[in-house]
Design a protein around this ligand. Sequence first.
Ligand code: MN
Length: 201
Amino acid sequence: MSFSLAPLPYAYDALEPYIDAQTMTIHHDKHHQAYVDNLNKAIAGTPNEGKSIEELVAVAGTISPAVRNNGGGHWNHTFFWDSLAAASGAAPSGHLAAAIDAAFGSFDEFKAKFAAAGATRFGSGWAWLIVKDGKLEVSSTPNQDNPLMDVAEVKGTPILGVDVWEHAYYLKYQNKRPDYLAAIWNLINWAKVAERFAAAK
Ligand code: MN
């Protein structure tokens, strides 16, 4: 029993012009595939073989750096692909929009806080919108850690995650991570985020 890489839920060029097809192809077919392959190697023949990715991630800090990094890489990227959709002009609505306003003051203030979390994450990592104790919070994690992990500084249930590793944006945005983080708002699958929010509450 091993993990496998699902296809992207849309075409490689579906996120153009904000994320280019070449970046998506390398990111999914090479980077995400490598996390899956290395996770499978790390658990092969161990008691962790056969556990779900959620079970592994929850105790990642107690297993091994290989499971923490590659299990996190697999979970995070699967979550990231589903967090995005072709640009549609959509924005949060209903309960999610109300919760964002309540937690951050406004949608614009939320976006600024999220972008700052991603931009100030030194090196590689992720920016997150999480549900913690029934409320929304913005956080970030290093490397391939995530808020579900035992080792996370801020724990919670992620409802949106954005990859801020250079491999996610370098071909198009080079060193300009803030430009990538500004463009990503065109691509958020708010219906999916709302569905996760409803499930997390
Ligand atoms: Mn990535």
